[in-house]
Design a protein. Sequence first.
Length: 220
Amino acid sequence: MIDVEVLLPQGWLRVPTAPGTQRLRARVVEEVVQRYVPDSLPRDKAGPWRRELRRSLTEAVEQAADNGAHSVLLPLTEYGGLRLPGSLLLTVLEDDPTVPAQDLLDDVLLDAGEDGEAVELGGGRGARVEEVVDARPVGRSQPSVRVVYYAAHPQEPGVWGLLTYTVLTDGDPMAPVVRAVVAMFDAVVGTLQWVEHDGGPSEQEVLAQLEALAPAPVRG
């Protein structure tokens, strides 16, 4: 099967979200919560951290599954005291192979206007579309920045990679810290490669990723 992969920075976790992975997703969330908020912490300090982390991780993996993504990438390590507030969804789609990829990309860029740009990705043509979205429907008062990459397979007509990430803001989508996070996600997307294998990471591979993660500091 044709798939897409990106290079994972240290401290990032790739979780499969295809149908049939519900049990593994739930296990990963609990493993991460326990690793990052250990039972050794006082209950009054650990409880709020544990609930917030569990909520944010569950929200990310379930959103990926609901959107048809086969896996989601979660940055768990802090950078300069900040944990990157976002997630990256990876999806492979098959469309009409008789329609030239450039025609579809032209339509995407026309609809996006100034928010879109042509890119090269994974050895083929692509498009990047960035928009500021209202996050109130998902319970957040501040807007989010959503970036979608469309990547055409360079040798297989009709095969597309769809990579979507969302970055939370404190109200200003152009704030330096927000742009730094956007740049970090863009750098990860830029490592995209087309591969052939039997699906996303196996349960053993996901658990091995967890073992390699160093626990993040918990303040309190």
